[in-house]
Design a protein around this ligand. Structure first.
Ligand code: ZN
Length: 148
């Protein structure tokens, strides 16, 4: 289990140092801002939707390693997928980091690296910030969300 934990840590460090899809998107069809005052993480998320498909997704922002790596892995994971799929994954992801849900971890693949966050309740908001911001962008709610 220690080896696995180290691997998880490495994935998070890698995505924090070299975040994927970390850029502006001038042709975005929707976007939203997310802020986690507890930690000071802030992101802006961009989506390019084609009907129900997330053709492109990108983000910009500043935050801790967990929030940056989470946004990076999320954008990687959702590119080319449907909105419905994204919403299912968000539910699984939320279950994984708030309760014991081995089934969710199995279904999440690489996103399972955040399973350990469950033991650090203060960091749950860091890990879910990108997902809440995605939700806001998809539903065209207010342009800005806060986790508080
Ligand atoms: Zn944070």
């Amino acid at each position: 289990m220690d080896g696995l934990r180290e691997l998880y840590q490495e994935v998070i460090i890698d995505h924090n140092r070299n975040p994927r899809n970390f850029h502006d998107m001038p042709n975005a069809t929707c976007s939203a801002n997310g802020f986690n005052p507890l930690c000071g993480d802030s992101i802006r998320l961009y989506l390019h939707l084609n009907n129900d498909v997330i053709e492109d997704v990108a983000f910009l922002g500043q935050g801790c390693a967990i929030s940056t790596a989470s946004a990076s892995l999320m954008t990687d994971h959702l590119k080319g997928k449907t909105v419905e799929y994204a919403e299912q994954i968000f539910t699984l992801f939320h279950n994984m980091i708030t309760k014991d849900d081995a089934d969710a971890i199995l279904k999440l693949g690489k996103l399972g690296v955040f399973a350990g966050v469950k033991e650090f309740p203060a960091r749950v908001k860091c890990a879910t910030l990108a997902w809440h911001t995605l939700d806001a962008a998809l539903h065209n709610e207010s342009e800005s969300i806060t986790t508080e």
